[in-house]
Ligand binder design. Sequence first.
Ligand SMILES: Nc1ncnc2c1ncn2[C@@H]1O[C@H](COP(=O)(O)OP(=O)(O)OP(=O)(O)O)[C@@H](O)[C@H]1O
Length: 225
Amino acid sequence: MSEPALELRDIHKGYNHGTPKEVQVLRGVSLRVAQGEVVSMVAPSGAGKSTLLHIAGLLDSADEGRVILGGEDMTDLGDRRRTRARRDHVGFIYQFHHLLPEFTAEENIILPQLAAGTSQAEAARRARNLLEIVGVGHRADHRPSALSGGEQQRVAFCRALANEPRVLLADEPTGNLDPGTSETVFGALMDLVRETGLSALIATHNLELAARMDRSLRLTEGRFA
Ligand SMILES: Nc1ncnc2c1ncn2[C@@H]1O[C@H](COP(=O)(O)OP(=O)(O)OP(=O)(O)O)[C@@H](O)[C@H]1O
């Protein structure tokens, strides 16, 4: 069997809210996401979904436990190698798109590729292809302000996949959209993930969306139930 795309081993994380009393958010989270597998994470607000995604995506460090991406243990990397590993392995999607307002949809997807050393022609080709998959190819030359909320979020999905990460981490990717738009946009995300064969861990409050993924996990009391 091939290596899991993402593996978390016994992750613990607490925050010390300026008082001696620490809030223990994660209490031994373990997880394996196989290559090409799409896993949902459902949890009440404040249960630690974002904390877990940030640790899995090398944006934050655990107090204990190990983070393994594509078979490589990333836990003890120094800052520079950690930044590079994040860029090479991980795509992030947030509830809000965070697109750059002064650039077009296509440019928003091209820019991170140029930063990673891809040629302009290849970056443009990939951007167009991704935009077509999520159904906004005809909006490539528009700035974010000219796009609807659902279209903006679809562009953000493409940007997250621009550098062909091994794993996609999404934090309530359709959380700020109305239910109808959320359904369409989520469908576009699944098309993108399936078409690229990507592995994904997607946090959502929406149980119907969660049920459409390969596997659904529930985070309660700092662990997967
Ligand atoms: N930087 C921080 N400093 C102190 N406490 C924090 C920090 N980040 C998160 N917390 C606390 O950790 C807990 C989990 O937060 P987290 O954002 O991971 O939850 P969540 O499940 O993503 O919530 P939501 O669904 O509301 O976004 C909360 O009690 C929060 O207040």
